[in-house]
Structures are given as C-alpha cells and as structure tokens.
Design a protein around this ligand. Structure first.
Ligand SMILES: C[S@@+](CC[C@H](N)C(=O)[O-])C[C@H]1O[C@@H](n2cnc3c(N)ncnc32)[C@H](O)[C@@H]1O
Length: 246
C-alpha cells in the first residue's frame, strides 16, 4: 500500500513548521491538551510514539517520568529537528514508516500517536501491529483529524457563508465514500485517507482493543473570548482523540 512522505517536501515542511509556531494554532489549543488529558501516569513507562515529528511530545513524556520513549517517523526532516531540539538519553528516534512496525520486537506499556493516522492507508493493519507491541493491559492513545474533516478534498467549499462572508454552517459531501483524498495544504496533492467514525471504532474493536474514552475537543468560554475564530468547532469537530486498552 502507498506510503506518502510529504513532510520531507521542502515547501510543505516550512509551511507546517510555520503554523506550529503560531500562538493560536489548533494543536496547542485543542489537540495536545485533549491527548495529554487521556494519558495515565507516565512514571517508569515505556512508550512508543508513532509519527513523532519534531519530538516535542517524546520530550514531554520523559519530563512526565517515562523511562524510555521510542519515536518513529517517516520523515528525515522532522527527525532532524527532533534530534536537534528534543534529544534525550531516554529517547530513541527511528526513521521508519509505521506500516513496518512489526520489525520492532520490544514491548511497550503505552503507544501514542498524535495526528499521523490520517496519512496512513492501512489503518486496520497498523492497529493489529500496535496491539502486538503492547504489554498486557497496555494503553493506546491517539489523535487524528476527525472523520468529519477527512472526508473533504479540493474543490468543495467547506462552509456556507452569508453575504458578508461569515460562516453559517458546514457543507458535507461524500462522508460515506472512504479512501484517499487529495488536497492542497502548502503544496498540491497532499494525500490523506478518509474513514468513517464507525470504521475507526470497528477497526479498533477488530484489532482487539477496548475503547475507554473519546474526545472531540471544543473551546472553553475563556478560550473563545481570546480566539473567537475557534467557535467553528461548535459546528464541526476538527480532531478525534481516543484512549483504548489492550
Ligand atoms: C501532523 S505531523 C504530527 C507530528 C507530531 N506527532 C506532533 O503532533 O507534533 C504528522 C507526522 O506523521 C508523520 N507520518 C506521516 N505518515 C507516516 C507514516 N506512514 N509512518 C510514520 N510517520 C508518518 C509525518 O512525517 C509527520 O511528522
């Protein structure tokens, strides 16, 4: 199956780095707090981070007491930053696609993945490999773009707007058509994979996981006062965050 490495495209990489540096980026405001809220006590834990990117999360897991963290990513450029900015004796960064996880023989207490699965075509296959790498009772916590979001592709307007351009409501099409989507994000032809909510849940169950909790993060009143543009999240969720147990 196809494995895309768009984060090694220079234009994409610089664009992505730029938005992650912005103060009001949705990762920092919504996705990361939701993901962290689902983590157990990390003291003494062995953790595998899939699609670890710049390694910021890996470093945070060590700060929270993890004994060992293995961060894997398909992108050389992302791992270069991880090595430079988030190196630690307790962290090992490995360049590899998560589709090849079965080459890893070590077992982990916790597998975590932040916003990487929507780039993966064979989600069900990867879930089975994650299950095999977890110790009994181990936890699997991940975020992905919400299935409501992954169904879009270029050429379809996401919002219906009033005459002043204000967003009124979300347009939805082809939610039930699963598979590859191409969109323009910094560069043309960025491939992501759309799966419905039920496919995500059923794939977890088929791999043997027990789902413990799901979060679709929304802004608090306080946050809305500071960043009113994020009221969009009351129309449609951007992220899906899940905690499951082996
Ligand atoms: C949106 S970034 C998230 C990075 C990091 N997890 C974070 O939250 O800051 C997605 C990451 O997933 C990686 N990725 C995409 N497809 C992958 C694959 N098949 N195997 C491993 N990593 C992949 C990308 O290279 C990129 O670093």
């Amino acid at each position: 199956m196809a494995k895309q490495n768009i984060y090694d495209n220079e234009t994409f990489f610089e664009g992505y780095r730029g938005i992650r540096k912005k103060e009001s980026n949705a990762n920092d405001l919504f996705e990361i707090p939701a993901l962290m809220s689902l983590l157990p006590d990390l003291k003494g834990k062995k953790i595998l981070d899939l699609g670890c990117g710049f390694g910021e999360h890996c470093k945070e897991y060590v700060n929270k007491g993890a004994e060992r963290v293995v961060g894997i990513d398909i992108s050389e450029k992302m791992l270069e930053i991880a090595q430079k900015e988030n190196a630690d004796p307790k962290i090992e960064y490995i360049r590899m696609p998560m589709e090849d996880l079965d080459v890893i023989t070590e077992k982990f207490d916790l597998v975590i993945s932040s916003l990487a699965f929507h780039y993966v075509e064979d989600f069900a296959g990867v879930l089975k490999k994650i299950y095999a790498l977890l110790n009994p009772g181990g936890l699997f916590v991940f975020s992905q773009e919400n299935p409501i979001n992954t169904c879009y592709s270029d050429g379809f307007p996401r919002w219906t707007r009033d005459e002043n351009g204000n967003k009124l409501y979300v347009n939805l099409a082809n939610y039930g058509v699963e598979g590859e989507r191409e969109s323009t994000w910094f560069v043309e032809g960025v491939k992501k994979y759309h799966r419905t909510f039920s496919t995500v849940v059923n794939s977890l169950a088929d791999a043997g996981f027990i789902i413990q909790k799901m979060v679709e993060p929304k802004p608090t009143e306080e946050l809305l006062k500071k960043y009113p543009e994020h009221a969009d999240l009351f129309h449609k969720p951007d992220f899906l965050v899940v905690r499951a147990r082996k």
